[in-house]
Design a binder for this molecule. Sequence first.
Ligand code: SF4
Length: 497
Amino acid sequence: MADAADGRTLQECVEGYLFSGLPPRLLILRRPPGRGGFWVPVSGKVEPTDASLEAALRRELAEEAGFADPVRVVPLDWVVEFDPPDGGRRMRLHGFGVETDGEKPPTLSSEHDAFEWVDPEVALARLHYPDNREAVRILLRAIGETGPPRARPGDPGSAARRGAPRAKVLPRFDEELFAAVRSAGHRKIALQVPAGLVRNAHDRAAELRAATGVPVVVVSRACFGACDFPAPEEVPGVDALVVLGHSPIPNVPLWATTYFVEMRYPPGDVERLAERIARAGLPKRVGLVASVQHLDLVAPLTRALAPRGISLVVGTGDRRLAYPAQALGCNYTGAEAIAGDVDAFLFLGTGTFHPIGLAFAVDRPVHAFDPLRGEMSAPIDRAKLIADRLRLVARTMDAKRFGILVSSFAGQERAGMASALIERARRQGREAEILIAARLDPRDLEGRDLDAYVNTACPRIALDDSSLYPRPVLTPPEFLMAIGEVPLTDYRFDTFH
Ligand code: SF4
């Protein structure tokens, strides 16, 4: 115990930022919904019996995470004081980096309900308190790692080595981005935006150029996801990319420093939004999925809906998703992980793209709420979606010659799957041939002597754009139905892992 400048007694506390490896990965812990449901480091109060701050830290590490034997403890020389929300004694936090021997799973106490080992970028995006994020930045500097993450070891084309291109995640297109670009000293930047932001692309480019002094070229091809950023040959001379509207896909390798500007919305009037959602008559346990723009609404909305009788549940997906509750149009593994625990899903975002994908992926009613308009849409008709697809499958059951479509985009390439599909086709007495392109164009498939296509690129091409193509376009699971390897009763979404 010590005295604050105003004479009040201070409660000393310690925080441990666990990391492993170089470049480092960090351990973050999630508090249960009743305690905020957000991500934090290991932390705790210094007890009178603790001989020192480090002794207190080591005790907390053992109690909160089951780590008794760290490789080293790095004092961060980082101290912050604050008044707790419950009005208790003023706190003084002391931060430490704690290196562990590998990414071991912690033994969780009742103070946390989940953990993840994540890249620094993800930790910086998820940690709830600004002080925690600042401590991570200090830790990265202390251990000589000023830049964020890399693909994970074992990922295709892993960039898990010092000096590999990094993803840098920014919430908004603002001074934080400009400062990061200025300090990196890039030669030339390519700016890519999704179709919905094309109108402002040139204003954004001018703003970026003026704020950083770095030449900026605009990529004319809009991006659909963080899977189809430009290849080096599309943007000669460029040594960094700025991609708007998307989060990184952790297992997609990068060839240049890439700034993912997620264009996040602040949560807004959460009580008003919760009231509107509560009026929609949702069941008691609801799985929550959000577009990256609305992820900051997840925790406050969960808190606001609990007293209204709705318990929101969030799932953590596979390595294609950077955040819990997040969805990509090709990956709803976070929702799939909790589908058995909920009676319906609620999607936070705009448009029908994600609600439709979610309805394909999970056998639960899917409701969509647009936080910007404060409007709830009618549930998606999953039965009709699947019936339409099964009709298309039925039309291709007699097809003899298939074209297997492969994309060369870093985040859409499934050439290995395409080869496996050719084998399966041959086993069933059909012919199949690979057609490869970066972005698929229906016009390129005109006039070919092929009966149908199987798309291994973005799964949504088959599901959403099939009518643009001259022949039926199936997903790989649908193809296995068409050639008789999988029963028609076993419809599966084509998840891109
Ligand atoms: S593969 Fe398709 S759905 Fe998935 S991230 Fe890329 S564009 Fe989006």
